[in-house]
Design a protein around this ligand. Sequence first.
Ligand code: KG4
Ligand code: ZN
Length: 377
Amino acid sequence: MSPTEPITVPNVALAGHKLLVLGIETSCDETAAAVVARTPGGGTEILSNVILSQIAEHAAFGGVVPEIAARAHVEALDGIVRAALIEAGVTLDAIDAVAATVGPGLVGGLLVGAMTGKAIAAARGLPFVAVNHLEGHALSPRLSDAIAYPYLLLLVSGGHSQILLVRGLGDYERWGSTIDDALGEAFDKTAKLLSLPHPGGPSVEKLAAKGDPKRFTLPRPMKGEARLDFSFSGLKTALRLVAEANAPLSDQDVADLCAGFQLAAAETVADRVRRALSRFREAFPDLADPVLGVAGGVGANQAIRAALVAECRAAGARLVAPPLVLCGDNGAMIAYAGLERFEAGRTDPLDVAVRSRWPLDEKSAPLVGHGRRGAKA
Ligand code: KG4
Ligand code: ZN
């Protein structure tokens, strides 16, 4: 066998052993590794999930600097992989497959994670699984709650705002996407404009709790439109104009702007999701348990979660929002996507290349505007 051919091993979980996958994530500013297991009964266990955030390294720049990110991944990754194995209580001898994010994302970081994963796989003679970071997010509601295919997914992160139909492993249909900024990006830019610490989402959410969401009138972009796309740049501009008109801003002004922005974001997402849920219910009228899954860092926002709960209740669907640690970037979701792929016999050769852009649904029209950015997923 050539060293670049995929290696297939028997499904040992079926033979009464746990199947263990090591997952590596380095596509943006989190260095992460995890071990996820499939139990002989078909259950899933997260044995470890170690995440090192580079927030401090990038704080002075108000965003992620690709070169700094890549160097930080190189320095940290070996230790993070070791920590994931120790926390899981296993050595590499127990691992059945190695999965790493190979795209989309920042190329420098992707190379570090992919090379490390491939090196471990080559040294140990293990199968390698090249994981799409977005698939990691898309499958995280299956990792946390073992939901069945098909389901509807809202993916809202720093680089993406998408509504996807998840039909099965590797079978995705993009129903809507942002035509400009991603939702997390809009939170981050709002925070920057108001001189709040990066990452913006948690900063805005914290101050919004002290603010009056009704004081300033902000737009609800795309509200009522039949297509399922998002747009956030108009909201961002409206917020900037209000901030400028009220300068200098008091602490209460800033809190009120955060609250107004968060409410506008939540109502906008709710409007899009309402339409998507009705299309989903029409497409699958016989589903016993229709589910909307939410994934991506913005899925941690409690106001957005509350709006999604209300929409699901009205549509007779169930919201599955994974715990916060599985919403942001993490290694467990990559290990899990690798596990599903490995079980399906979909491993990859060791010469598979990293991809800065890699849409989940390659058949959909190419994204326009910032929505096509691969830098943050
Ligand atoms: O999925 P993620 O950790 O990284 C990628 O973008 O791949 O998402 C990060 C994004 C950032 O834009 C961050 O500001 C946003 O998620 N975020 C939040 C919250 N926590 C993180 N946005 C709103 N509310 C939050 N609590
Ligand atoms: Zn992500």
